[in-house]
Design a binder for this molecule. Structure first.
Ligand SMILES: Cc1cc2nc3c(=O)[nH]c(=O)nc-3n(C[C@H](O)[C@H](O)[C@H](O)COP(=O)(O)OP(=O)(O)OC[C@H]3O[C@@H](n4cnc5c(N)ncnc54)[C@H](O)[C@@H]3O)c2cc1C
Length: 310
């Protein structure tokens, strides 16, 4: 395998912990990667100096990295990255960046990789109805789904080289609007409790929030819930046209389990479904199913979870 390069997932000029999973993915491809940290302040790279499994760290410093611009980031990163296979995360921004860099360098791209075996990588196709495995014949760009690889551990000692780079910014984001909700985002959560149209009204999502607060979960939603109720924002939507999630535990409440919803959550480690219809398709994919209305089941479940968390 040629050299591998991991582009760190960034959050407010800090390395997101999921980057340690990308380093592990590079290890599965057979080499210790160069970690590229896109930043405006090189101290951002300090977050990875004690990680194992890295050959070297480059803090790519540029004002271009203040706000995301696909073309600007791709050209600024291209100027500092060695040749080789490039690994990114699967946040919407990172998937976009992966495609841009692949276009920039004329390399193939495989998105949403969930398995690496030698030079063979596997990713879902047709909304997760099938999996495809492709062989990487040379340097490629791959984005790797979170919660698939165990993060590399602390214990290393890595030096950081700081490289100034510039991007050719075509457009730039002038302002970010603060999200109305401060709740954990579904794409960052290890546990998700999602509600569908079966919740009956957006106000009833407060019952899901109460459970979420007890177990440290994020609250998600089906598209029917997002489309029906203005108070349920698209940022909560899980599925083909929403977010792809891969938590340890996914609790689906009043969600039928349409193929487009499954596309975004079926790879969750454990799936629990609460639905009043015993024939709801979600039960075919659930590890644990409760056939009951959420009005009956949720208070009992919440009670048990509260006791467990005490
Ligand atoms: C191109 C395309 C893209 C799409 N993308 C997405 C996507 O990203 N995400 C997504 O979710 N969908 C997506 N959809 C929509 C998808 O096909 C379904 O329409 C949607 O997932 C249904 O949402 P739902 O299960 O909440 O609603 P419903 O299908 O209306 O199901 C509600 C469920 O709640 C149960 N229920 C009702 N009352 C109660 C109660 N009191 N207690 C317990 N259970 C109850 C019912 O038995 C039923 O199973 C997409 C569709 C298309 C065509």
């Amino acid at each position: 395998m040629s050299e591998t390069i991991v582009i760190a997932e960034m959050n407010n000029n800090a390395i997101h912990p999921s980057t340690a999973e990308l380093v592990a993915a590079a290890g599965a491809l057979g080499s210790e990667p160069t970690l590229i940290v896109p930043c405006t302040d090189a101290s951002a790279a300090d977050g990875a100096t004690s990680w194992n499994g890295i050959s070297n760290i480059i803090a790519a410093k540029s004002s271009a990295f203040e706000n995301y611009d696909a073309a600007g980031w791709a050209s600024a990163l291209d100027a500092v990255m060695p040749q080789g296979t490039i690994i990114t995360g699967t946040s919407p921004q990172s998937k976009d960046l992966a495609a841009r860099i692949a276009g920039h360098r004329g390399m193939p791209v495989v998105q949403d990789v969930v398995k690496i075996d030698g030079n063979q990588v596997t990713s879902p196709v047709y909304s997760g109805k099938a999996m495809q495995t492709v062989s990487l014949g040379g340097a490629s760009v791959i984005s790797v789904r979170s919660n698939v690889f165990s993060p590399v551990q602390e214990g290393g000692e890595n030096n950081v080289s700081v490289v100034d780079t510039t991007g050719n910014i075509a457009t730039s984001v002038q302002e970010f609007m603060e999200r109305a909700s401060k709740r954990l985002d579904v794409s960052e959560a290890n546990i998700i409790i999602s509600g569908g149209r079966g919740m009956g009204s957006p106000e009833n999502f407060s019952h899901l929030e109460a459970v979420a607060d007890t177990i440290g979960a994020a609250v998600g939603a089906s598209r029917a819930a997002v489309d029906t109720w203005e108070a349920i924002p698209h940022s909560m939507q899980v599925g083909q046209t929403g977010k792809t999630v891969n938590p340890n535990l996914y609790i689906a409440v009043g969600i039928s389990g349409a193929i487009q919803h499954l596309a975004g959550m079926r790879s969750s480690r454990y799936i629990v479904a609460i639905n009043k219809d015993a024939d709801a398709p979600i039960f075919k994919h659930a590890d644990y199913g409760i056939v009951a209305t959420w009005e009956e089941a949720l208070p009992v479940l919440h009670n048990k979870l509260q006791t467990m968390m005490e």
